[in-house]
Design a protein around this ligand. Structure first.
Ligand code: ADP
Ligand code: MG
Ligand code: MG
Length: 516
């Protein structure tokens, strides 16, 4: 890697070679559940009224190149990040101070906090907590003339519904398969080979995280009826197969029964017994009941899912129960962008508070990109200047306290957006420097079409963490970590021109790493 970060890539294919690659890619994808439900613009509802069709997930034709040192760096900090965020989730007072700044200006955060307060008042029925996290990064080029110039910078840390763990194991296997059947021309063998292609253990590892929580529940609560794990899902979910991979792994490798419960049916299909154990009565089993060990949230993270009081009642119902939540409300809140900004404040004492191991803390610190508040603090006023000046705003992204993609405001759009917003609401956002990862060539297969061009990549590293809260005088104060392990990786790739990277939102694709 001399001056340009990546060598010329990918190889040019003849039409016959591309057809061979695509035939293999399409068949392998469907055979192995590297699939999504089609969008209604691709297959209209009248063509598929039963919602029975599936199509290949958007994937790259070639595994994207990724610097090995950056891949290793991101994996090396995975456990420390889980340590950090589990510690934050177990420090109710500290988290409460952060949330306080958002309460009056962000209804969604306020409502989540209210759910927490209601449960706190009643007393916690479960001290075990599960986090299936994903820390996302992009490659940052710090000095174009030096060789040690590449590192990863964190885009964000996800504590709820971290998706694509199912598909990412599959896409890494797909690329390996395409290599094995000679779909990649010989000339690329110095780049694409058995040593450079990286598997992702996300399916077995995330399933193992859920299984460990399930076992811990069974051991400590000793249920005397059948027990299951509930996947809490959205009513309409295109990314269902991603979730199914985890369910099937739980079923096959751990003998754990799983059910899918739409968020909208929580109050109909579940109830609490006198010990607040969560009982699930599936509509299709004529009254048979399961006790629930873990509720795994793949829904409930967006304000649009809470259109009525009933949805908030459902969230409270789960939070009060004795089930292990993945995540609990405090863990959900720990993942807000505001927390990330506070941690990234230069010379702040917060990181050391949660991660006393200085060596580990320094490694995390090296992955932080500059992030600023937009409040009336000195740093906040400085950031307001940067964000409202059309010239300087170019370097930034503005983020609300939201998850799931499609919520951010980028670069030149920031000044106008802020102008349209009362100043009192500005502190609900954080301002983050754009990471400018090096581009490379690749091609994406989406909705039956190949799009070739310059792309950029975002690496996610999953972490599974199980801990037991310590509660003193009704306040969560510290925890004992029972399990903490890295749980595979995800590479997402999008056109270099697009700001957002959401695969489900229609901008990106799933990919795997070809290390160099
Ligand atoms: P969400 O929680 O909605 O996924 P993110 O912080 O991950 O929010 O932002 C969504 C997308 O925006 C990311 O996947 C990435 O493509 C882009 N993005 C966010 N922050 C940055 C940044 N600092 N530099 C470059 N791109 C970013
Ligand atoms: Mg997120
Ligand atoms: Mg994201």
């Amino acid at each position: 890697m001399a001056n340009a970060v990546y060598p010329p890539y990918p190889p040019t294919l003849t039409q016959a070679e591309q057809e061979y690659l695509l035939t293999n890619l399409k068949d392998w994808s469907i055979t192995h559940g590297l699939a999504v439900r089609p969008t209604s613009s691709y297959v209209t509802e009248d063509l598929d009224p039963a919602r029975a069709l599936a199509t290949t997930a958007p994937v790259t034709l070639f595994p994207s190149l990724f610097p090995r040192s950056c891949f290793d760096q991101a994996r090396a900090v995975s456990q420390a990040y889980s340590e950090l965020y589990s510690a934050i989730a177990a420090d109710e007072e500290w988290l409460g101070e952060i949330v306080k700044e958002l309460l009056e200006i962000d209804d969604f955060i306020e409502n989540l906090w209210k759910v927490h307060l209601a449960v706190k008042k009643e007393g916690y029925a479960q001290s075990l907590q599960l986090g299936l996290f994903r820390s996302d990064y992009m490659v940052h080029v710090s000095d174009r003339n030096s060789d040690s110039r590449l590192s990863v910078k964190q885009v964000e840390f996800n504590t709820i519904a971290s998706s694509f763990g199912g598909l990412s194991s599959q896409v890494a296997s797909l690329h390996r398969y395409l290599h094995s059947v000679g779909a990649y021309p010989e000339v690329t063998s110095s780049l694409i080979n058995d040593a450079s292609l990286q598997c992702s253990g996300s399916v077995p590892q995330l399933a193992s995280g859920l299984a460990k929580a399930h076992q811990a529940y069974v051991e400590s609560d000793k249920p005397n009826r059948p027990v299951c794990v509930l996947f809490l899902v959205q009513d309409v979910e295109r990314n269902v197969f991603d979730q199914r991979h985890l369910e099937y792994a739980l079923n096959t490798d751990h003998g754990v029964r799983t059910f899918r419960l739409p968020f909208s049916r929580v109050l109909e299909d579940t109830s609490l017994d006198q010990d607040r154990k969560l009982l699930y009565t599936p509509p299709s089993f004529s009254g048979k009941q399961w006790e629930v060990s873990v509720v795994y949230f793949r829904a409930g993270y967006a304000p649009t899912e809470y259109t009525s009081q009933r949805a908030w009642d459902a969230r409270l119902h789960i939070e009060r129960s004795a089930v292990i939540k993945c995540p609990g409300i405090l863990t959900h809140l720990a993942g807000s962008k505001k927390v990330q900004q506070v941690l990234a404040t230069p010379q702040s004492p917060h990181l050391a508070r949660f991660l006393p191991d200085k060596l580990a803390a320094d490694k995390l610190l090296a992955t932080f990109a500059p992030i600023y508040p937009l409040d009336e603090s000195e740093a906040g006023l400085e950031a307001r200047k940067l964000a409202t000046d059309p010239q300087t705003a170019q370097k930034y992204v503005l983020k609300p306290q939201r998850e799931g993609g499609g919520n951010n405001i980028y670069r030149s759009e920031i000044p106008g957006f802020l102008q349209s917003l009362p100043k009192t609401k500005w502190p609900a956002y954080i301002l983050m420097e754009m990471i400018e990862p090096p581009t490379q060539g690749n091609a994406i297969f989406r909705n039956g079409e190949v799009q070739s061009g310059e792309v950029i990549c975002e690496l996610g590293v999953y972490g599974a963490c199980l801990w037991r809260d310590k509660v003193e005088n009704e306040v969560v104060k510290g925890r004992e970590v029972l399990e903490n392990f890295e749980a595979g990786y995800l590479l997402r790739t999008k056109g270099a021109g697009s700001s957002e990277g959401g695969v489900a939102a229609g901008f990106g694709s799933v990919d795997s790493c070809c290390l160099l």
